[in-house]
Write a protein that binds this ligand. Structure first.
Ligand SMILES: O=P(O)(O)OC[C@H]1O[C@@H](O)[C@H](O)[C@@H](O)[C@@H]1O
Length: 165
């Protein structure tokens, strides 16, 4: 009896590491050698490489890679706004926060996990965030690397205080 895809252990394909500022990063790998690197700073995918090791994402040489400054490169999470309306910071605060890894997130469709290397991240507002944007929320982000090297990101935002966002 061989192992089927149903018992694929996605954790075996994850590497946890830290950047030069001590902020955690997660590296996803697939069996063909593709990879994606996700920083908990901003929940930002900062590298996506194909199976030939070629980088597919741009990062500016002028990027400041130190929280709480947003990183200029990779895939930014712009929440709760894109742009610079009102008193919120440009493109929202999510990209400058330290996200956490969620071990047991609310379920997604099984197809979203099967055969993929993935990580689930979570952002909840801190007191200071509620002062400039008074909404309780949970922002869940799944970043997956598929066996064909595709990168998939699923955002789920839950309103937890019943007021319209
Ligand atoms: O410079 P930031 O805040 O990282 O924003 C990234 C870019 O966001 C875009 O929306 C702006 O048009 C650019 O001018 C800006 O450089």
């Amino acid at each position: 009896m061989g192992h089927s895809a149903a018992v694929w252990d996605h954790r075996a394909s994850l590497e946890l590491t830290k950047d030069w500022n001590g902020i955690e990063q997660v590296v996803l790998r697939n069996p063909q050698g593709a990879s994606a690197r996700v920083s908990l700073h901003g929940g930002q995918v900062i590298s996506w490489r194909n199976d030939r090791g070629e980088e597919l994402l741009f990062t500016s040489s002028k990027a400041i890679l130190k929280a709480p400054k947003a990183m200029r490169g990779g895939i930014s999470i712009c929440f709760p706004q894109f742009g610079n309306c009102g008193s919120l910071e440009q493109h929202g605060f999510a990209r400058s926060k330290i996200w956490t890894i969620e071990d047991d997130p609310p379920p997604l469709h099984p197809n979203d996990s099967l055969g993929k290397s993935f990580i689930d991240l979570l952002l909840k507002p801190a007191e200071e965030d509620l002062k400039c944007w008074p909404h309780g929320f949970e922002f869940r982000l799944r970043v997956s690397l598929a066996s064909d090297g595709n990168l998939i990101m699923i955002s789920r935002i839950r309103n937890i205080n019943g007021k319209t966002l």
